[in-house]
Design a protein around this ligand. Structure first.
Ligand code: E4P
Length: 211
């Protein structure tokens, strides 16, 4: 799930279909609690990879901040932005055995760099590319193909997903992970024929057995 909101996470976790959580500084700020406190609370709700993003902008500070975030819980994945300093930090952290999610990826070239740096995850932002009139899903397809061509182990996490079609298309494209807001996860359940079908099943049954 792509949220730092504990109520949403509890609802999603109760369905038993949430494998992990992605956060970013905007999502953390929205909840109003210091990052360490919020991330710890998230780890108590979801048992899976929890991405926590650094806000430092130099590689030394990113490494330091990343290690502090990783010390919060064993499930933490350190999130670094796809800038030069972020890539140096990713390299360093990966060599020391930390798992890094390289975020703010908007091109296949950037994804290649993230994989070369030893990223555990790369996060291409589909919705934000769509927002500027580009084809976000095409980027997912390109990255999956490039990683397959060269056997990169970096996982493709389709981020900035806003619709159920985004989720299905990233699955079809072969993205290993999809992160989405609660609203989108909830919408995955919906089908008019499911609701109609259940209504008919129950009405038919009740007509005979509950009259
Ligand atoms: C998650 O890793 C990203 O930060 C997030 O998906 C961005 O989504 P947005 O473009 O809807 O803010």
């Amino acid at each position: 799930m792509d949220t730092a909101n504990l109520d949403e996470l509890k609802k999603g976790a109760a369905w038993g279909i949430v494998d992990g959580v992605t956060t970013n500084p905007t999502l953390i700020a929205r909840e109003g609690k210091p990052i360490a406190e919020q991330i710890r609370a998230i780890c108590d709700i979801v048992d899976g990879d929890i991405s926590a993003e650094v806000v430092a902008t130099t590689h030394r500070e990113m490494v330091e901040e990343g290690k502090k975030l990783a010390a919060i819980h064993k499930n933490i994945v350190i999130k670094c932005p796809l800038i030069r300093e972020g890539i140096i930090a990713t390299n360093e952290l990966a060599k020391e055995g930390y798992r890094v999610n390289v975020t703010l990826c908007f091109s296949a070239a950037q994804a290649l760099i993230a994989a070369k740096a030893g990223a555990y995850i790369v996060s291409p932002f589909v919705g934000r590319l769509d927002d500027i009139g580009q084809d976000g899903m095409e980027l997912i397809r390109q990255i999956v193909t490039i990683y397959e061509n060269y056997g990169f182990q970096t996982k493709v996490l389709a981020a900035s997903l806003r619709t159920t079609n985004h989720v299905i298309d990233s699955a079809l494209a072969g993205a290993q992970i999809a992160t989405m807001p609660f609203k989108t996860l909830d919408a995955l359940f919906s089908h008019v024929l499911t609701d109609k079908g259940l209504e008919t099943f129950l009405a038919d049954y009740n007509k005979v057995f509950k009259s």
